[in-house]
Design a protein around this ligand. Sequence first.
Ligand code: HEM
Length: 280
Amino acid sequence: MSHEVTGGAQEPETPNLDFAGTTPYEDYVQAEVLTHLQHPLSDDPGEMVFLVTTQVMELWFTVIVHEWRTAAEALRRDDLPVAMEALRRSTYELEALNAAWKPLAKLTPAQFNAYRSALGEGSGFQSAMYRRLEFLLGEKSASMLVPHRGAPREHAELEKALQEPSLWDEVLRLLARRGYAVPEAVLRRDPSLRYEPDPAVEAAWAEVYTGPQDSELVRLGEALTDVAELVWRWRNDHLVATRRAMGAKMGTGGSAGVAWLEKRARKNVFPELWTARSHV
Ligand code: HEM
């Protein structure tokens, strides 16, 4: 290592420029692959940011799915610190995901129309990674696998995610192990079915929240509430962007569009964490 000394002050070393093959940065990040995956379908200059925003969101979905799977596995082995750390990271990632709406939040119908027809029947509704995210929240549905029949890897991953207990299932099993009265029917439910709110689970959370506010379970409940709120914000930001960009037109995915998204956005994530609050 050589440090040239000029005038008594030490010059900072410049970065290395010379690599035998591709740079170690490229080997790790695969930036060349990532920055050549943009193939707009129209000539409209505004399509690029629509495409890249969608790709950026897919990457965030991937990270968040990773965090929630880490959290679910940690809960299964009663490792609260690891679960809490993963949930906390996921809230920062959800904030970054939600901030990614900015460039699309104010599209006018004419601006969106400039490339909308090029999307054909393509719709975020067909995102396999978003579906895994919903499955982890307990929003399971076997019919959501149907669009992915033609993509064996994604179909297999979704099938596995459908059968696995959700993050919420693992939370409720933990509550039961901590002595809370979670019904057997909830603990033994078929994990491939959509989770339905249960009054006894609501009562268990009300009991947790009535106790010491610095308890592990209150802190877990609050971390999950943060996640739920941020997911709700993503759905609502999507809804408002859609309303601005296309009014009440039908979606490219074939749904009623805004009316369908409104129904989805009304659902509460981890429902009993919200309803229990009325009983504390
Ligand atoms: C302003 C731009 C956008 C508009 C107008 C829009 C419109 C819609 C509409 C109408 C639907 C309902 C399904 C359909 O019939 O197509 C939908 C679903 C969906 N979109 Fe978008 N979208 C936009 C941007 C995005 C972006 C950037 C993403 C990021 C991946 C995304 C992800 C999704 C997902 C995941 C669903 C399914 C939601 C669910 O299953 O509850 N959308 N979108």
